[in-house]
Ligand binder design. Structure first.
Ligand code: ZN
Length: 119
């Protein structure tokens, strides 16, 4: 039953590999969350890590309902027209479904190899 997948953004059923979502245009259709981070910096760190490993990660934020919306990593959030995110926003890094397992492995390896740091 893995051949069909719901779009994480609008909930419409999306065929495997159908990206972007035919209903709402979300690039997250068919993607899996590889990491969920509390800050944009941490999410960007994961994003760059996956990019450098040849993956195709997508940065997203989760709205109040936990619905992910893709965002452009290099665009300042507050620079646009009224796109002001609440401070409680959680960020997620999505990867295409075929890359999900490897992406998680890469992030796990990176976490365990990092020294314990007091933020
Ligand atoms: Zn959709």
């Amino acid at each position: 039953m893995d051949t069909e997948d719901g779009c994480p953004t609008c909930g419409e059923p999306v065929a495997a590999g159908a990206t972007p979502c035919p209903s709402c245009g979300s690039p997250l259709a068919g993607a899996r969350p590889a990491a969920v981070e509390a800050t944009r910096e941490e999410a960007l760190l994961a994003l760059r890590l996956l990019e450098s490993a040849g993956m195709h990660p997508i940065l997203a934020y989760l709205d109040d309902s936990g619905v992910p919306h893709a965002i452009v990593p290099d665009e300042p959030f507050t620079g646009g027209a009224g796109l002001l995110l609440p401070v409680t926003t959680v960020f997620a890094v999505y990867v295409p479904e075929p890359e999900a397992d490897e992406a998680k492995q890469i992030l796990d390896d990176a976490r365990t190899s990092l020294p314990e740091a007091d933020a």
